[in-house]
Write a protein that binds this ligand. Sequence first.
Ligand code: PLP
Length: 387
Amino acid sequence: MTINTHFQQLPDNYLFKEISNRVEAFQQSHPNARVLRLGVGDVTRPLPLPVVDAMHRAVEELAHPETFRGYCPEEGYPWLRQTIIDNDYRPRGVQLELEEVFISEGAGSDLGNLSELFSSANRVAILDPSYPAYVDSSVMAGREIEFLPCHADNNFVPSLPKEKADIIYLCFPNNPTGTVLTHDQLKAWVEYARTNKSLIIFDAAYESFIEDSDIPHSIYEIEGAKEVAVEVRSYSKSSGFTAVRCGWTVVPKATGLQAMWMRRQCTKYNGTAYVAQRAAEATYTPLGKDGIQNNLAHYKGTAQLLSQGLRDLGFEVYGGKNAPYIWCRVPKGYTSWSFFDCLLNNCQIVCTPGAGFGPSGESYVRFSAFSNRKDCEEALKRLQALA
Ligand code: PLP
């Protein structure tokens, strides 16, 4: 046996593991401190009742011989895939076939697994900073990476790659910077991919935070994108499903990858949990939608509170609108990790050091709006005392 030595190129510790180690160490030495967690982008609001009811009903079905079900279809139940097409795509003028939508256990696994479809000789372009999964899975596969720096001078909007990229990971609304792309900005990427015969892996995990009308919710709103883009979506942040686990991936037939992905899923994926698929279906009922919108309104409110509050305290702040993340420049003299340590030790606030998302994140920290209003207000008070 020989191991995949590409793993040795990965940083020793996954970013969020390192953060939780430092927070745990702090908490152990300060057992009475009330730590405010504005770091990891995990949801905090409970599931809406119609979703919980749907899960109860699904469990009950599994409990009786006449309604029991075994393995779910590898690509997901047609009733959920059709519901996604009817609610998330058709109203935006996007026509998809049922066979192009694959239900998943969330975006994270598919973002990694899609990498299997491509040869390791492909050159990959990835935004810097970015959600770590794109870099990590490309490194594991031994691919060459071109980083596309995103900083205040380019408004965190990346330039096109300098050398031809075969695979491009785009994430908008962006984690961690909170940046969004207008229709025209995204169109430039679709045109690049069409000209260069590249594939865009479009991560739209934060689509539900979009409020401005000129921002596309799906890459397929751009003409010609179906030939060059795979889109990855998730119920995690839109519907509070980080524990439930459900999402979907669109692999259009026009990419030439749909049959390959189906083949891959049949061998390696035995379907998303039935209970999770029923829960996802319930998010589209009128009451389900109300509950989801209620939770989203809460997070949008905390995003607004945090970004305005930080701005008022004199911080240079980006994001927080159309996205649940606030990207904040650290004060002079700090690195992103030293400011993380400063906030933890002096204010008992947890943020995420920007350097964990790539070298261009070095002068920033990320605050997450997935928190309750009281904690955000308290965090701002503590920061004011620090200033
Ligand atoms: N993509 C981005 C940009 C994310 O920030 C996350 C999670 O934080 C994911 C994907 C993974 O989400 P999921 O819970 O659907 O696996």
